[in-house]
Write a protein that binds this ligand. Structure first.
Ligand code: NDP
Length: 283
């Protein structure tokens, strides 16, 4: 019986997650991608460019943004521009959003992806750092969404929040980061209900990613775990498709849906597996 239930669950999941993405739906779309100077955000910029979107990218490092913009133009973006900003400064999220809307003449997709530098390791008691990371990884997302909502309402647009398995379940060594990702789930999950209940035509997608092979992530986890990472370019395309098809929640790699589904069934074994997957480095 358990096998039959599992088979039905797999079949339903495969049906729900069948690829309904139409690349044409993104051609000419006005897109703002945050944290796009490297990693998954940079890969999203390149995919959007290939799909013929009009693109604004943002991050702090202007030189790197210029290079990414140049590549986006080569790949076929209808428009590619950047707005440099530091999301730890509370006034910047609103400025970036407003400038982007002016440059694009509106907005169809707001892709919230940036994260502040998060050292990996045992929590060292630094509460000020938690506050700072909350501003970058969480409050700035809320600020941009708040400014974007009336504009997205006019275009039947979408907000896409890039989150993590660490916003669904905890593992060691990333307490401040996990806190910001859990906060995103709380805020944007609530927003999904409220928008739906008000008949809004803005969709909010929360994407839940497992370990992805970006340089910053690989640097952090070295010596702590040998969990297999997945390619940033594939993660980026997955996020774009999830936003374009207006999914509420989306998992990459797909099996993390099951990870979250079974999360609370066997807590003792879950915690045992998690703790055995990580080690505290000796130095
Ligand atoms: P990266 O560290 O590679 O990139 C982070 C981006 O954010 C960069 O463009 C960086 O550019 C920008 N950034 C950093 N600090 C600030 C700041 N203060 N203000 C504005 N921009 C800033 O991240 P990933 O590509 O690895 O992750 C992207 C998303 O995917 C994140 O939301 C992350 O939580 C999520 N994710 C990633 C996983 C992974 O294993 N990689 C796993 C699960 C989720 P700059 O330094 O120039 O500002």
């Amino acid at each position: 019986l358990k096998l039959a239930v599992l088979a039905v669950a797999v079949a339903v999941t495969a049906y729900v997650w069948r690829d309904t993405f139409d690349p044409e739906s993104v051609r000419g779309a006005r897109v703002l991608v945050t944290g796009a100077s490297m990693g998954i955000g940079e890969q999203m910029a390149y995919h959007y460019a290939r799909l013929g979107a009009e693109l604004i990218i943002t991050a702090r490092s202007e030189n790197t943004l210029k290079d990414v913009v140049q590549r986006c133009v080569e790949l076929g973006a209808q428009k590619a521009l950047y707005v440099a900003a530091d999301m730890s400064i509370p006034t910047e999220p609103e400025r970036v959003l407003k400038e982007s809307v002016e440059l694009l003449g509106g907005l169809d997709y707001l892709i919230l992806n940036h994260i502040g530098n998060s050292p990996y390791g045992l929590w060292d008691g630094d509460t000020e750092y938690v506050r700072r990371l909350m501003q970058i990884n969480f409050v700035s997302y809320v600020q941009m969404a708040a400014t974007a909502l009336p504009i997205l309402e006019r275009s039947s647009g979408a907000i896409v929040v890039v989150s993590s398995l660490l916003g669904k379940m905890t593992t060691p060594f990333a307490a401040p980061y996990a806190s910001t990702k859990f906060a995103l789930g709380g805020f944007f999950g609530t927003l999904q209900h409220e928008l739906a209940m008000q008949g809004s035509n803005v969709s909010v997608t929360i994407t839940v990613l497992g370990l992805i092979d970006t340089a910053s992530a690989m640097d952090k986890i070295r010596g702590y775990t040998d969990v297999t990472p997945y390619p940033a370019s594939e993660a980026a395309l997955h996020i774009i498709k999830a936003g374009a098809t207006r999914q509420t929640e989306s998992y990459f790699p797909w099996f993390h849906w099951f990870t979250c589904f079974f999360r609370d069934w066997f807590p003792y074994f879950r915690d045992m597996c998690i703790r055995r997957s990580f080690t505290i480095p000796s130095n």
